[in-house]
Design a protein around this ligand. Sequence first.
Ligand code: AMP
Length: 215
Amino acid sequence: MENVIFIAPPAAGKGTLSQMLSERYAYKHISTGDILREEVNSGSNLGLKIKDIMASGKLVSDEIVIELISSTLNNLGETFFILDGFPRTLKQAQALTEILAKKDIKYKVIYLDISEELAKKRILGRRVCSCGRVYNIYSKALKPLQEGICDACGQKLITRSDDNEESFKIRFHESLKNNKPLLDYYQKLNNLNIIKISDDKDAIFAKILEVIKND
Ligand code: AMP
């Protein structure tokens, strides 16, 4: 198996696919979105600084997220990891290449290629729990057993403040624009694996396993 870096527009399923990899293969799921939301919820100085940026759907500064990821990876030990939501800019990708090369860590970059139409449907149906579980009220497979309640811990599910139509549009188009140089970058490094996204979660998961078991 190999470490995984997911690159994707919003709602391509990286959260759900990461959850499947963590449960079945004990991958550590590192989501910069989750780490940043924790900061906001904790009311820390950093959290106050990034709260409005996140609510508007824009990106937090490279310096902040590179520092967060660097310290997370330094404290990881030998566990396989999935990076979900990082890198999002060329500067972040270059910093990450350096961090991983220093530690001689191997990884596969996977781009989850989703249409805007499918992504929008998914975003408006997404509900999350503070324990990290993600659901979707428009998907049979991802619906919670009891409406509005987390299957795993029983807490109330919430709609993320940035999961609205206006914010989605900004995030989707910003992400396409920001992903383009990333895809070119990893293509040049000969480490780009593109997977076309549909609603068949198991078929997509099988394709991911093919990529990360390949070597
Ligand atoms: P996500 O949960 O991955 O959709 O991220 C939610 C929000 O967190 C994004 O809209 C950004 O504001 C911020 N964020 C997450 N990851 C990054 C990153 N790598 N660089 C900059 N901002 C990020």
